[in-house]
Each structure stands twice: as C-alpha cells, then as structure tokens.
Write a protein that binds this ligand. Sequence first.
Ligand SMILES: Cc1cc2nc3c(=O)[nH]c(=O)nc-3n(C[C@H](O)[C@H](O)[C@H](O)COP(=O)(O)OP(=O)(O)OC[C@H]3O[C@@H](n4cnc5c(N)ncnc54)[C@H](O)[C@@H]3O)c2cc1C
Length: 501
Amino acid sequence: MQKNEVLVVGAGIAGLTSAAILSKLGFSVTLLESHYQSGGCAGTFRRKNYIFDVGATQVAGLEKGGIHSKIFEFLEIKIPEATILDPSCIVDLKDGSKPISIWHKKKEWLAEREMQFPGSNKFWQLCSFIHESNWKFANNNPVLPINNFWDFSQLFRALVPSNIITGILIKSTVFDLLRICGLSTNERLIKFLNLQLKLYSQEDVYNTAALYGSTVLQMSQQPHGLWHLEKSMQSLSEALEDSLQKTGAKILFGQKVNSIIFDDPNNCWKVLAKSKKRSFEYYSNDLIFTAPPQSLLTHLEESLHKNIIYKNKIKSLPEPSGALVFYSAIKKEHIKEISSHHYQFVSDEFGSLFVSISREGDGRAPKGEVTLIASIFTNTKDWFNLDKNKYVERKKDFLEKISLEIERQFNIASENWLHRELATPLGFERWTNRPKGIVGGLGQNPEIFGLSGLSSRTPFKGLWLCGDSIYPGEGTAGVSQSALMVSRQILASKGIYDFHL
Ligand SMILES: Cc1cc2nc3c(=O)[nH]c(=O)nc-3n(C[C@H](O)[C@H](O)[C@H](O)COP(=O)(O)OP(=O)(O)OC[C@H]3O[C@@H](n4cnc5c(N)ncnc54)[C@H](O)[C@@H]3O)c2cc1C
C-alpha cells in the first residue's frame, strides 16, 4: 500500500490551488479529478471554432496583493495574461433611465453613482469603510469559522482595530446598512443592489450579510478590480497545473471518487475511485475534499453514520441554486456597438440576465466574431425527474426565450446566430459532478457568512473541506482564499505554524 501525504479530490480552482501550495511546500500530493480536464466551474469547453468559459468569466484578485497574485508569486508561476475590466459591468434596470456603468476608476465610479443614485454617498462610504476593514483582516490570513484553539488564535491575530467597529454588523444585512443611511425606501438603488448581490452572494439585499455585501459591491474599483483573461478561463487552471507538474504532484484525470472510508488498521483515509474501465484505491493521511459538501452524504456514508450531528448539519445546508447558461457566437457586426464585456439587465421572464461577451481577438472566437454567454439562476428541482421528451422540450423553450431576450437587448436578428446551446443543471452535474448541478456555494446571509458557516475542519481527523461552500465563499478568488486557509490548517496540524502569504 502506497500512502500519499495529501490526497485532493477535485481539480477546480480550490483543489488545484490547495494541491499546488502543499506540493510546493514539499508534501507528496495526488489530485483526483473525475473530468478529463481541470477547472470545474472555471473551466472551458470547445465547440466548433469557439472556446466557451463554462461558468466563471470575470476574475478578482489578480492585482498586486490580490489572492491569486499572492499565491502565484509564492508558487513562482506567471499570472495569466489579463486586462482590467473598466467598466466591469453595465447594469440596465430597464426603467427608462441610463444604464449604470460600474467603473474601475474610482473618480468615475464616484461621479456615476452620484448621478445614478443621488444622495447615496453615505451608503457607499459605509460599504467602503467595511470593505477596507475586511480587506486588512483577510490579508492577515484569518481562519473562519473557528473550530479549535489554533483557529481562534488565527482569527484573533488577523483582527485589526476597525474590525471591532465592523464586527458589530456581523448579523446585519445590506438592507440594514441602507436603513442606517436613511435609504431603505430608495427603490432604484435597492433594485440595482438586488441584481448585483444575487450574482455574487446568491441572496438579495434583505438577506446578504452586510460584511460580505460591502466587499462584493467594491470589487470592481481601484485598487482592486475584475479582470478579463486572454485566451480563456482555462489559463488560470493551466498555470496551476504547471506548478503541480514542476513540484512533482500527481494529477489523475477521469477518476471519480465514489467512496471515502477511514481505514482503521492503517490509520488513514482510503479513497475508492473509478475510471470508465478500472477501479482504484488510494490511501492518505490528509484528504482535501473540494466538491460540494452535499456530496459527502453519498461518499462518506460510513463515517457520517457514526456522526449523526455532522450528517444532519450537511443535510440541512440550504439548497443552492442551479444555473442555466446560454453559450452562443455571432459576428461582431451583427451585435450593436458594445462598451463593456459584461452586462446585466432586468428581465420580466428571468429576473435578470448576466451576459459576458468576448473581446475580438482574445482567442475565444475567430476574427470578426465574438462569443456571448448569458446566465440565469434556476431551481434545480425544475430540471430533474422529467421524462426525456419533457426535458428536451423545456430546454428548447428556455433556449428560445433566452435568445429572444438577448436579441432584444443587443439588437440581434435571430437569423444571425452562428451558434447557440444551453446548459441546464443536468449538464452542470455531468460536467462538474456537483450534485443536482448546484452552483455557487452557499448563500452568503448572516447565518452562513463568517463565524457560523461550514468549517473547513471536519469532525474527522485528516478530512478537510475546501471550495465555494467554505469561507469566504464563491468565485475563483474566494475558493483560492479557502485553499490557502485549509493548507495552513494542515500545516498547523503538523506543527508548522508560521506559513503566511
Ligand atoms: C454560471 C456561473 C458563473 C460564474 N461566474 C463567476 C465569475 O464570473 N467569476 C468568479 O470568480 N466566479 C464565478 N462563478 C463561480 C466560480 O466558478 C466557482 O465558485 C469556483 O470556480 C468553484 O471552484 P471549486 O474548485 O470550489 O469547485 P468546482 O469548480 O466545482 O470544482 C470541483 C471539481 O471537483 C471535481 N469533482 C467533483 N466531484 C468529484 C469526485 N467525486 N471525484 C473526483 N472529482 C470530483 C469536479 O469535476 C470539478 O472539477 C460562476 C459560477 C457559475 C456556475
């Protein structure tokens, strides 16, 4: 029996990052991935002449001091080529007024928000204060939620004086911030915030934790920013794969983990995986599980049977959303002049649509053409247990409805589409192995965000969780932060206490 020091399940950004950090530190690491390629929700697929980003299209944390940037510097690998998004998005509330451009440059954003939401400055200043306080805290490598004395010590040493003030807001929502600023009846501002917060926290203004919402509402502006990757989103995963190769870690594709058992005689974890043709067995002291924690209910059956409290905790996690994603391509001359790569607009049918358009020549489409990807949230239950005909019919119906919304928004003639297809939660389940195709992790409401969420430390020695259900939540930057946190926890469990980035 050959034992690994660390086994990682899942080669999405969370798995790749934690594996790369630990391998760079000299651990023997094996990474198991069910798909034939890495990236998960931040991967890509090829269709005809096009490369489509599966899920994530914007990247935070690539600026100096940002989480991807710090990790890449530590791994001594090059940051993939990227350009800052300015504006990061144009939001059309469809209320007859000018769409809102979310500028990267601070001065321009200040002027835009004052023009769009007169009298709202106090609210934005409060968000800025909270965000700056969060940022300093996050840079000090906190561990959240806390589960033992070491976690507590890391939380304590990460605190900065302003956290004492912002800490009072730990159970507050973004709506509470609006109330404090006398803006609780500003319907237009609430409509805008609802659209933006839903994208990043899966919750609306009434339910997004104030401490989380304040940060996501400031992500686009200097000195931070959202970035557009040249070529495709896959370049982020490829860079991490390069690091794994250089440090001698093993990455095994096409192996789906089905069972995780604690092997008492060998005092380690035994992992059973299957490829199309064969079964495999792996052993390791530490195991990082980066698929959604809900999948542990099937994979970790035996251990969970002995710990009903933890089993119930996972069982009672709020059901995340699924996504419908429309992947299309069009000649640039057949779409109205655009001034941003990302748009969000209100839709009577779907609530809102988030649209990402590639830049001509960025590697996603041939010369003169662009890819256009649009996504909406959907209830996963609406897509499962349908008979085949009903499913096909429903999928076609949504493809047509989404096409129509986009045609209206961007003045596209329906005969001009070069390519159109739709992914449903069934497709996401197949592609990412996420149960029922759930995406985006847990909604970031005050009950989940921070101290009361799901911890990366499980009740089972050597079994760790990482990814978008763990603090600080979804997004490639969020899961990289959780990968750094879990790596530090593993090091601390071996008496190595001084690893910080
Ligand atoms: C439509 C959509 C749009 C998004 N837009 C953005 C955006 O613009 N910017 C942004 O930052 N984020 C965005 N996100 C969120 C972001 O993509 C995710 O939060 C992040 O990529 C999750 O990374 P992860 O590693 O935690 O999980 P995943 O990406 O889900 O990776 C998990 C990996 O584990 C593998 N796996 C699962 N089960 C097993 C098993 N049993 N055995 C072996 N392997 C297994 C999967 O195949 C997968 O590769 C978006 C997500 C979606 C769905």
